[in-house]
Design a protein around this ligand. Sequence first.
Ligand code: GAL
Length: 743
Amino acid sequence: MGKDGVLGLILFLIVLYGAWFFELGFSVTVTYDNKALIIDGKKRILQSGSVHYPRATPEVWPDIIGKAKEGGLDVIETYVFWNYHEPVKGQYYFEGRFDLVRFVKTVQEAGLFVHLRIGPYACAEWNYGGFPLWLHFIPGIQFRTTNGPYQAEMKLFLAKIVNLMKEENLFASQGGPIILAQVENEYGNVEWAYGVGGELYVKWAAETALNLNTTVPWVMCSQSDAPDPIINTCNGFYCDDFTPNSPSKPKMWTEDYTGWFLSFGYPVPYRPVEDLAFAVARFFEKGGTFHNYYMYFGGTNFGRTAGGPLVATSYDYDAPIDEYGSIRQPKWGHLQDLHMAIKQCEEYLVNADATHQSLGLYLEADVYYRTSDDCAAFLANYGSRLDANVTFNGRSYFLPAWSVSILPDCKNVVFNTAKVVTQKSVGDATFASSASVSELSLSTSPWSWYIEKVGVWSNDSFTATSLLEQINTTKDTSDFLWYTTSIEADEKKDAFLLIQSLGHAALVFLNKKVIAFGYGYHDDASFNISEKISIAQGSNTLDIISMMIGVQNYGPWFDIMGAGIYSVILADLKNAKEDYSSKEWTYQVGTEGENLGLDKTDLANSSLWTQGSALPVNQSLIWYKSTFLAPEGKGPLSLNLASMGKGQAWINGQSIGRYWSTYLSPSTGCTTNCDYRGSYDAQKCQKKCGQPAQILIESYLMNNAMQVCMGKQKCSVPVSTGILGNPCPGVMKSLAIEALCSV
Ligand code: GAL
């Protein structure tokens, strides 16, 4: 056995030993210094990725985590979603997709660490930012500030989660995978709005977290006033310029956006991997030590979990693992290469500060020395336009614009962020049909339907002489609230109906016939409707169904932002106005179909459903139902709702989310070949202009195993001169094929 062979064997044994040590659950201490997190006495450079457990199913967690590990991650980061864990005050739920303990153990089994962001505020484009709605109804409560009722509940929930983790021995000191915990989330962005109460709240949140004795460090992200010993961390598209608030804390990045989230009516954002890799490499070049991709796998906002307003069901995020659990290339592979290159520099990065050298305009080197002739270096061209040749340590290097080269031995470039060598062709399954996602047509399936009643449908309705705010009225038990009133007229006449809504959409009926539809958008969900209507002599009925599409999850005082109709005015053609806002209105929460349970499987064969060949189409409020046989295979299955309008879909009684296929994004603002060079922001690179944000919804019930080799059992690569070049007599050529398989 040669020298390399011996080295290989030794390394292999060390790795095995490490994994065994970790999985058998030995106590590991986690501390930090100014250079790094110190795990079991060793300073670490850590790559982390966000995977939110309820955005996938327990059956696919191992596959996703396995792909994250193979991609070079050390840590999985997740929020904890309070509203689903405590749907009713004091009643906890940790089953199915919300089985947090199982998720953490799944990560542990893969041999990775966990960063648990308990919050309990999450943001995350999650309904109400993760807060349970009942919290809002506690008398005197004010969220996220110095307020007794709020602090009492926050403290209880933090303790509930920490204790649950302790009972299951999941903290590192107990032999578990959790090495880090987060309290609050980006409070620093909104603290100004809460005045002194906000400043005190930061101190209180820190103290409350520390008192829980997790034995692992706590972080607060985007919180420059995080009290010691809590580590303040950076969130953003770039974090190389970030410095923690104390020289004793390591430089950590908790949210590096791999793309951006999607909203109904918006184009699909994407982030070129060259820029993402550049941002990551710059961070480590500048002394970074812990880095997390938000999201590494985004997944799906099943049911009504999407935040608001108008966040779409897909949370694909252009992440390295796509919504369906497939590896997204070249993103995943290019980042895998980057992680390997950075790992090779670990010993240098954690033990030294960088020595900086300017190599020209926008050109620089940061060198980490172990001894005077043993170093690792990063060479950067942070100019966005010009490629450059630089000289470093007497050698010449080519640096494309907006790129970083990594030299683990200060000589050889093992990676340049702009040179993507990973193959590009593996399908982007998320927004186009591809080999890895099955589609089957249901147009010939047997369909039945139920037409919703317009307006009040039960004795549970109630009246008020004002327009009620929607969330306070429905308590978010449904997306829908009916507002009904009558318009009396001495004679038949035309008039203008002017409706103002805080959001998010509304369908208006006059005498049970649809007359108007209005809606807002993610950045501003409020809207007005102005419609010329014909009023009949006598009594006319005005029914408005106001619709929510996710409760607000972000911003100062987001928890009290309202929704629903707030002004209704009738103006005759001479502009004489009659204000209906304080007339008598009758309210009905939810739709009749929801109340009947038409989404449930036990009503699947009920006579409530009408069957027949003349399926009504273009109806404003209707339920459709069909049955189908799941296609063969274990790959992901999605539902193509391109032909539908707006609604929600269920499979086997489980809501797979909202759809809104008729809401098209603006026709301009997209670019197919977005230039990765120069600063990225969420609007810079977008696709699918003039199209619905999303037409496919993932069916998680079917998706309980990922495909092998991207859905293929076998594949072939033609051997041609196109691939191997022209034949030269006497020259042997070889072809290497790498198949990425995971079971
Ligand atoms: C951050 C927030 C995350 C997520 C992200 C956008 O500000 O911390 O939870 O909402 O923005 O996807």
